[in-house]
Design a protein around this ligand. Structure first.
Ligand SMILES: *Cc1c(COP(=O)(O)O)cnc(C)c1O
Length: 425
């Protein structure tokens, strides 16, 4: 489905039933698959034939949905994971090992910040965080001999900084390493990072892709563009024989198009097992079928809410890339053509306590640790998702203590604004 437009891919890519087969993607509720001979199964274990043998590694339902996400992002291969956390961990750990170093945007999701700076540090993987607004010299200075990946979020959750994908891709490639972009907030409907030079794209499908607050999940997409063999010394896991897989060299056997996802499935999923259940993949696909219809409505609501808040005397500042006054407006227009997502952040006069009092009064937007849901919700990051960050780190990540993050759902914008107005008053 390479040449179809995005909406048609949302509805139809990834699964084409043949004569008499189910119209909807079937949920293959089976952990295992049957074979006539041991020889048939042996070929699967040797990666000599493609097919299914155990759902921890692959399941047809998941593969159809992953193929749809690959088509949406313009990649060559994709896989589903049990969560967005697993997607980012797998994407980085597939190319990093003890002794590796990562260059990451400092403005990223709190969970990913912990993953990289605490948990991956325990595995001997080092990180340098750089402001997404850094100078070329600062970005250049972050790279080391052992840098193996560059990471950023196309729109950071919750700071709403817009990542200059093209610039960071060039810097990564100049150092012979791939750029990994978490594209959860804009979704491929608004931004396709691969078109701007990203090599690997990740998602928390829990957010807009599912879009109904029903299923936690993640996805990894490979652009098929990064030439692992050209930088063979940096990526031995892809370019030298895998003894745990019968001496296969992934980059030789599966080429640029398939090596990354094949290794990630055959090795990381085999050993770490963060698989998405076929039931969840089915629910995710229902969300994907309407993603292109829902995203414009989320953005229309967010734009209206941001404009209302910007003119309200109780509000100190509003952050939404769709606002002309926003620092990232020009960059958002370049990469998304609009505000990019339905999430708006704003700071109230009176800081943390004012934010808490205001949120208590809201009737439509509920207090939730969630975004990108059909139902509007809001959160004070400093007292919830980001409570492990010091005040200094909060400022560095662009999240002052009195910040409220509001995820505008699919309700009518007049009702959302009326709700905000009564709570502010
Ligand atoms: C939520 C989120 C994650 C983590 O995803 P889970 O599905 O909750 O594990 C990662 N990145 C971004 C940008 C997110 O918003």
């Amino acid at each position: 489905m390479k040449n179809k437009s995005i909406g048609t891919k949302c509805v139809q890519a990834g699964y084409t039933p043949s004569n008499g087969e189910p119209r909807q993607i079937p949920i293959i509720q089976s952990t295992t698959f049957k074979y006539d001979t041991s020889e048939d199964m042996g070929k699967l274990f040797d990666l000599e034939a493609s097919g299914y043998f155990y759902t921890r590694l692959q399941n047809p339902t998941n593969d159809h949905v992953a193929a749809k996400i690959a088509a949406l992002e313009g990649g060559t291969a994709a896989m589903l994971t049990s969560s967005g956390q697993a997607a980012n961990f797998f994407a980085l750990f597939n190319i990093c090992e003890s002794g590796s170093h990562i260059v990451s945007s400092a403005s990223i999701y709190g969970g990913t910040f912990n993953l990289i700076s605490v948990t991956m540090a325990k595995m001997g993987i080092d990180v340098t965080f750089v402001s997404p607004d850094c100078t070329d010299e600062e970005l250049e200075a972050a790279f080391k001999e052992n840098t193996r990946a560059v990471f950023g979020e196309s729109i950071a959750n919750p700071a709403l900084t817009v990542f200059d994908i093209e610039r960071w891709a060039k810097a990564a490639h100049a150092h012979g390493v791939p750029l990994v972009v978490d594209n959860t907030f804009p979704t491929p409907v608004n931004c396709r990072p691969i078109e701007w030079g990203a090599d690997i794209v990740t998602h928390s499908t829990t957010k807009y892709m599912d879009g109904h607050g029903a299923a936690v999940g993640g996805a990894i997409v490979d652009s098929g563009n990064f030439d692992w063999m050209a930088h063979a010394d940096k990526f031995p896991g892809l370019t030298t024989p895998d003894d745990s897989y019968h001496g296969i060299t992934y980059a030789e056997k599966f080429g640029k198009d398939g090596a990354f996802i094949t290794k990630c499935t055959a090795q990381l999923m085999r050993d770490l097992g963060c698989i998405q259940s076929p039931q969840h993949a089915f629910i995710l696909n229902l969300g994907l079928e309407s993603l292109h219809v829902r995203m414009p409505r989320h953005i229309e609501n967010a734009q209206a809410v941001a404009e209302f808040l910007e003119n309200h005397p109780a509000v100190t500042s509003v952050s939404y890339p769709g606002l002309k006054s926003n620092k990232y407006h020009e960059r958002a227009m370049k990469y998304f053509g609009n505000g990019g997502c339905g999430v708006v952040s704003f700071e109230l006069k009176g800081g943390r306590s004012a934010a808490e009092a205001f949120m208590k009064k809201l009737r439509i937007a509920a207090i939730e640790t969630h975004v990108a849901d059909a139902r509007s919700c809001c959160l004070n990051p400093a007292t919830s998702t980001h409570r492990q960050l010091s005040d200094e780190q909060l400022i560095e990540a662009g999240i002052p203590a009195g910040l409220v993050r509001m995820s505008c759902g699919l309700e009518d914008k007049e009702d959302l604004i009326a709700d905000l107005e009564q709570a502010l008053n």
